[in-house]
Design a protein around this ligand. Structure first.
Ligand SMILES: [Zn+2]
Length: 452
């Protein structure tokens, strides 16, 4: 790709407490080659010709946003599970109905549309927590990684990067009940066979890579946790795990193992700086210390936790303990990382009845560089020389953002305010429109195909 230049009205640069005005960003072959503040930054004024060539980006330009926790097919459930009462477990029944109806073709169509919605929201990289592996009765497809391959292809069509967090899912309960009904599609039998299947899958495109996941302590027996963790470690891959989303999981784990899920994971070598615990909504104080001391990341999914009546995770205490925080849209009740980010602060306010727990730069970090790191992309999420050329521009002249100082964007903007998205140097969204996918039409058709 040739050299491209952008002139950002404002850009949020690494290690800056707030955005900088008039920044020239240059990229070649998908990498940022220069970042030059035109005023006040000590850099020489760029030549008039250089500026004439540059693509103007009015508003605030951010590095790419990372969605560190996604189940693409849950997008089909938005707005369909709100009629009655219920909780996480009753919602899960509806989710299984959709899961039962997907095959590689319908999954490709649904995920492509869901990922294209993410691109419109400024998400340049997604972590797909993928457990829908096999045919409806648990029989593998001719290609046992056909469903994963569909997700990789979907991300390519949508123009975003993907870490396929292939998920080990073996049992229905903490005490080892077998998978039944729709859950049979998730299982590989045991962790060794899971590792064998995942090892045979290597995306051949630069936009996707694989990682590992343990569904939860409900779904992987204690004696097999180390097999998954060891495989991820040997392959240098990120490892994700749902953790303590529900008090019922804590109770069942205590009853069988005499300890919390976090303690169980720690004892089997699952925690560490390449591991991300998803949710961690109901940890004990000792759990927070184990997570923080091991530098285990925590991915918060506040709009899903809110939607499913899960509770509020102790985000400030997690950060204080030493866990890097990232963000995920999880069930896609909402796909908007601004909303996820500010919810981290606003939920703490509701709980404590005090304001000011997280600074804007902490929320910005969670949505960008920390999320990319959790997904194994250490070279993304910063507007810095050598990083991947991901640029996400937020309008500052919409009804929501007009008059808002750029540093306040995370408290004012929504996904609908994203005007321009560049991923690895390629324009994916221009003037608020996806360049190749008719997102509303494709979402409607793909969801109709698996729900009607
Ligand atoms: Zn999840």
């Amino acid at each position: 790709m040739p050299l491209t230049r952008w002139l950002a009205e404002y850009a949020w640069l690494p290690d800056h407490a707030e955005p900088t005005r008039d920044v020239l960003i240059e990229a070649e072959d998908g990498r940022i080659t220069a970042v030059t503040p035109l005023v006040g930054g000590g850099a020489p004024m760029a030549g008039v010709e250089v500026l004439r060539d540059a693509v103007r980006l009015p508003g605030l330009t951010l590095p790419g946003l990372a969605n560190a926790h996604s189940h693409a097919f849950h997008r089909a459930l938005r707005g369909r599970t709100h009629g009655g009462r219920g909780d996480f477990w009753s919602w899960r029944d509806g989710m299984y109905d959709v899961a039962a109806r997907l095959d590689p073709d319908t999954y490709l169509a649904l995920a492509r549309a869901a990922y294209a919605e993410m691109a419109l929201a400024g998400i340049t990289c997604v972590g797909e927590f993928h457990y829908l592996h096999h045919g409806p009765d648990g029989t593998p497809y001719a290609d046992p990684n056909a469903m994963g391959a569909a997700l990789v292809e979907a991300a390519a069509h949508a123009g975003i990067r993907l870490t396929l967090l292939d998920t080990c899912y073996l049992t229905a309960t903490v005490d080892g009940a077998p998978l039944t009904g729709p859950q049979r599609r998730f299982g590989d039998g045991d962790a060794l066979r899971w590792a064998e299947r995942v090892s045979a899958f290597a995306p051949d495109d630069d936009h996707a890579r694989t990682g590992a996941a343990i569904h939860s302590v409900r779904a992987v027996p204690a004696e097999q946790l180390a097999t998954v963790a060891g495989w991820a470690d040997r392959n240098g891959m990120p490892l994700h795990v749902h953790l303590s989303e529900q008090p019922a999981e804590n109770d069942a784990c205590r009853a069988l193992h005499g300890c919390t899920p976090t303690r169980l994971l720690a004892d089997h070598g699952v925690l560490g700086r390449h591991t991300t615990a998803v949710h961690a909504t109901h940890p004990t104080g000792a759990d927070l210390a184990l997570l923080g001391e091991s530098r285990t990341g925590i991915c918060l999914c506040p709009t899903t936790e809110r939607d499913l009546a899960d509770g509020i995770g102790p985000a400030r205490r997690m950060a204080e303990a030493g866990s890097p925080l990232s963000l995920g849209s999880d069930s896609h009740a909402v796909v908007d990382l601004f909303e996820e980010a500010r919810a981290v602060e606003l939920d703490e306010r509701l709980r404590t009845r005090r304001r000011g727990h997280f600074s804007p730069v902490e929320l910005f970090t969670a949505a960008t560089v920390a999320g990319h790191a959790a997904l194994g992309w250490a070279d993304a999420g910063r507007l810095a020389v050598g990083d991947r050329a991901d640029l996400v521009t937020v309008r500052l002249d919409s009804a929501r953002t007009a008059g808002v100082p750029p540093v306040g964007a995370f408290f004012a903007a929504t996904a609908a305010d994203i005007s321009h998205v560049v991923v690895d140097g390629r324009v994916v969204v221009a003037d608020g429109r996806h360049r190749t996918v008719d997102v509303p039409t494709e979402l409607r058709d793909a969801i109709e195909a698996v729900t009607s």
